[in-house]
Design a binder for this molecule. Structure first.
Ligand SMILES: *Cc1c(COP(=O)(O)O)cnc(C)c1O
Length: 342
């Protein structure tokens, strides 16, 4: 038991996506946790427990000033009584944002650099004599895994409960060799959450899947083992089909070749289409997606489920997908502003 009262209850809320009820999809609504910090609450709580246990009162953090990581960790740890020293970076020193304000407001000291490399160098130097815990970028640390493990424990129970109520009649005519009861899907940012889940659910009937956003699959896989060591996990590999990449819709090979040439133009266009899609999704479901993570993967996920249900041969083996919405959406409330007519 911790003596601070700041940590709120972090309930696990699983729901259907409104308007999509017949689909085999459930959403784990970590986006409903306070301030849109999402699953970062669970990771930061694990770090906090580690700090308490080891009687550490100061933390040196570094990362992107507009990101969800630095905003949530500075805020949560500061409010838990920890002294926060922050090294941040941003490409645009004049940009103001929700996350940036949280970071500045919850750091006892802060310095901000124009690029990531410089900030990293400063962190490396400062951590040599730092009288506290120096957290690597994205908070990769055993403590993070401790927080996630208790989340997975609770989540496993919740998923089982929700399967017990909905699977009874399906079980009857299901083939006997069905070992996977459910799929747990999430995005891979640093990959800490995915690797923690991969480790925890390894011997269970829940299959964990991670979706690459931004980074290339091969690049990330080359860092996997090192990440696992830093998180205190077994160095187990994900099997084929557990790490997914987003395949763009209706894109012929010729078109993607063209994209390479006119990259900036089509990138801008994509973003506009994506923004509109998030806006429409919010209007239809009351769920706000975050443009870098959930907003990138939800559209392909819905398409995939739709195709699975159209194909009669796959009906038997389709396991329900539990998608983890990790939050981060408050930074992007402008996506759902009503456009005022001028
Ligand atoms: C941090 C974050 C992630 C990625 O988590 P990792 O453990 O770094 O892979 C995904 N979505 C949101 C909203 C996040 O804030």
């Amino acid at each position: 038991m911790h003596k601070f009262t700041f940590f709120p209850e972090l309930p696990i809320q699983i729901s259907e996506v409104p308007g999509l009820a017949p689909f085999n999809l459930r959403m784990i609504r970590d986006d409903l946790l306070p301030f849109g910090f999402g699953t970062k609450w669970r990771k930061a709580f694990g770090i906090f427990q580690y700090l308490q246990k080891n009687q550490i009162h100061k933390v040196l953090l570094w990362g992107a000033i507009h990101g969800n990581y630095l905003a949530s960790f500075t805020c949560i740890l500061r409010r838990s009584g920890i002294t926060i020293d922050t090294i941040a970076y941003t490409r645009d020193p004049h940009l103001r944002s929700y996350n940036e304000r949280l970071v500045r407001g919850h750091s006892h000291t802060i310095s901000c650099y124009a690029n990531r490399k410089e900030a990293h160098a400063v962190w490396l130097d400062k951590k040599k004599n730092y009288p506290g815990l120096s957290l690597p970028e994205f908070g990769i640390h055993v403590g993070q895994n401790l927080g996630l493990r208790s989340f997975w424990q609770e989540l496993e129970k919740k998923i089982s409960q929700s399967l017990d109520t909905s699977l009874d009649q399906k079980d009857a005519n299901s083939p006997t060799n069905q070992k996977i009861k459910a799929i747990l899907r999430m995005e891979i940012g640093s990959g800490a959450t995915f690797l923690s889940a991969l480790d925890y659910f390894k011997e269970t009937s829940i299959l964990v899947q991670g979706v690459m956003v931004g980074e290339k699959k091969e690049t990330w896989i080359s860092k996997r083992e090192d990440l696992q060591k830093q998180l205190g996990l077994r160095t187990i590999a994900a099997s084929e089909g557990q790490i997914l990449e987003i395949v763009k819709e209706n894109k012929s090979k010729i078109e993607s070749e063209k994209d390479k040439v006119t990259k900036t133009v089509s990138f801008g266009k994509q973003t506009q289409v994506q923004k509109q899609w998030i806006y429409d999704f919010y209007r239809n479901t009351d769920i706000l997606l975050e443009p870098i993570y959930s907003g990138m993967t939800m559209n392909p996920l819905l398409r995939e489920i739709h195709e699975m249900q159209l194909s009669p041969s796959s009906v038997m083996q389709t396991s329900p997908i539990f998608y983890l919405h990790q939050g981060g959406q408050i930074q992007h409330l402008d996506l759902i502003l009503e456009k005022e007519p001028r």
